[in-house]
Design a protein. Structure first.
Lengths: 429, 429
């Protein structure tokens, strides 16, 4: 019987000829990622060795990536002290895939992993962050785990008690209309599946639209697969994956791609034609509360956010700059832009994108998670409304339980910045 | 009997032929500035009218400037809600000199006032911020007041119970040696006078070195005059003042400059020759704890900050980029750069300074006060050491009472970023 991509990856990583849905396996981990919550993992990791008489030892320091992104630069002495503790641990254990608070090699973990070629097709990637699903964009089986599980991975190099998940096949066809793109596709899909619709399952993306989609777009859709409840999203590795890793990440060694068998078994198949898709908005306070932009157009917005692991890449910033060039952010609306990494920031500088966004009135911030998690750099005031290209709009997201967060594409965000209200970018001149 | 500059300004503003030290006067205010603490002023202002049956009315909305800079973008819902309240007040009262959280017209209040030509020679400027002394750089008598006093200014347009201060004449001669500049001069002066040495007095700056100094350097020395206890620092308006206001602030109307009488009376005269000055460092935890750089060279530093109202201008960033170009910020040291305004950020973009600083590893942040006040964007971890171009190093500054803050010039900060320890920039290649 044929296997899906994830089944093939798990079989290889668990050293088995094949696996099927429901099997419990213990795959070797190819990459284990944490951000500032590495501080918790360190505590758990040290406990593993307590009373054993053994010094805490990481199974393979070269397979651990730690990226500071959630609170950079530190917003509080507590965060700064945590970061200091992690920095010392990283040095003591010889962890080289470490990205500190820096303007040259810093950024959001889900951007850094692809950008530096740390993730490859066929890898098993685990991360102490729910949007670890992002790395399925490069054909890896990549999912979020807790700090305790991560401590176990750091010690043993395997992920324990992994139940082989069922897979939903998502087939996407058609060409995106102008001002419509991958973010609209994934919002539409989440609305269709609901927030629990893909629980414990994998979303495996196929179809001509996916094949023609850039890695940036693929990261956006895999990133948000978790918002439909999925364990992971995955785009089987292909020519674009190889191109990205060669050209953008500088990978020189062989890049074998794992593809599903033609007779693989899927629990469900979803087909989407994007040629008739309109800009989508996830309304407060659920990501699956998705409506076409027209349904909420005109809603006044006090804060616009463009950035995050979902939509903070060069193409996203380029779309925003294209719409804002020569225009002004509305009075009374503030626009915050967070490039997903220092490298993206540098490219956006070189192309004049940062200049154009700032000239329009946008505040361009350091690379990092910014206000997405509501702890600094753009909290909402009481009863304020935000429109954001980020991935979650739960009550209290962006720091204020009386605030409301709408999610959208960079095009919708940029168009709305000009008017100060939710605006269909297809109606802009 | 002749008058000092401040005596002349106060006499004019109080409608008197002359004033002398110790007189109590009520000068008309030409400009009244607040930042986020306008929220407190609004409360006090509304109380003034309570029970009077009158609607709260500002004496002259065109003379009020409100600039968001201390916590931008808002680090907390409380700050965001305060900013929202101020934004509504500004709209309701027709205050036009309002600078919101924006990438085109935002920045630090003490940079915005000169940059937009809001402050002129001979003006009486009051601000609800201790570094309001900065605006003496343009020949204004400019000083900090509390929220209650400001509410009175908003209502009446005059500053009440102002005792004419004595003036210390500071005469500066000589040419700065390479890698030595205005920040070293003011640190040296504060060390010499002590933190209380100019209490209730004005520092009036004179001499060939001051005449040749750019407005940027003059802002730095007037900014920190308050750290010697001075009510205000002032550089009598001259050709450079007029040039700055014409060329950089776009002022077209006449710019009369007030100069002191030749027979003015000073309580003290201080003479400084900068030709033998070396880079100066203010050591923890007092601004007057000033030493030559050699005395503390080699001290390990975890955080470098370049920016603030003291040293976040284009020349400061240019000096830093000149030293860091083609080099790297040391591992384990983070470097944060805060341009003093959006306009400066834009110029630094256009000149490749932002690019060069980021390439070296510096994190370039949005314009604003950043970590200077320790509430976000770069708090220190426990027992960490910072080296900063800002103006205060009191215990707990930068958010952590166990941290230590050293103050220095942009040249010292940039050189130290490369080595990760306090470094004399004159020793760099």
């Amino acid at each position: 019987m044929g296997m899906t991509v994830v089944e093939k990856i798990l079989a290889r990583a668990a050293g088995l000829p094949s696996v099927k849905v429901g099997d419990v396996v213990e795959p070797k981990v190819d990459l284990a990622m944490s951000h500032e919550n590495a501080a918790l993992v360190i505590n758990q990791f040290q406990e593993v060795f307590e009373g054993t008489g053994l010094a805490p030892k990481i199974w393979d320091p070269s397979r651990i990536a730690i990226i500071f992104d959630h609170r950079v630069p530190a917003e509080s002495p507590k965060t700064a002290t945590n970061q200091k503790k992690i920095r010392e641990f990283v040095a003591a254990h010889g962890i080289t895939k470490f990205h500190d608070v820096r303007g040259d090699v810093g950024g959001i973990c889900h951007q850094i992993l692809p950008e530096y070629g740390y993730v490859r097709p066929g890898f098993v990637v685990v991360g102490t962050d729910s949007h670890t699903t992002s790395h399925g964009a490069l054909g890896a089986f990549s999912f979020g785990i807790g700090a305790t599980e991560m401590a176990s991975v750091w010690s043993l190099g395997i992920a324990v008690n992994i139940e082989v998940p069922a897979t939903i096949k998502v087939v996407v066809k058609g060409e995106f209309p102008p001002m419509v793109g991958p973010k609209d596709l994934i919002l539409h899909l989440i609305g269709k599946l609901t927030a629990q619709g893909a629980n414990y399952k994998v979303l495996e993306f196929h179809g001509e639209t996916i094949r023609k989609m850039s890695t940036s777009g693929r990261i956006a859709i895999c990133n948000m697969s978790v918002e439909a409840g999925a364990t992971s999203g995955i785009v089987p590795g292909d020519e674009e994956t190889v191109r990205y890793l060669r050209e953008e990440a500088g990978v020189t060694e062989a890049i074998p791609c794992t593809t599903p068998d033609a007779d693989a078994t899927y629990c469900q198949t979803v087909e989407i034609d994007v040629s008739t898709l309109v800009p989508q908005i996830a309304c407060p306070h659920m990501v699956d509360h998705v409506k076409p932009v027209d349904a909420v157009a005109g809603t006044k917005v006090q804060q616009i956010v463009i950035g995050s692991c979902t939509n903070g890449r060069l193409d996203d910033l380029e779309i925003a700059a294209g719409i804002l060039r020569g225009k002004k952010v509305a009075e009374g609306t503030r626009m915050l832009v967070f490039p997903a990494s220092s490298k993206i920031f540098a490219k956006a500088l070189d192309r004049g994108i940062v200049h154009d966004l700032m000239k329009a009135g946008a505040v361009v911030m350091n690379s990092g998670c910014g206000p997405c998690l509501g702890v600094h750099e753009g909290a909402l005031g009481d009863h304020e409304v935000a429109l954001s290209t980020t991935n979650r709009n739960f009550k209290g997201r962006m720091g204020n339980p009386t605030g409301e967060v709408y999610l959208c594409s960079p095009a919708v965000a940029a168009a709305s910045a000009i008017t100060g209200a939710i605006t269909d970018p297809r109606t802009m001149n």
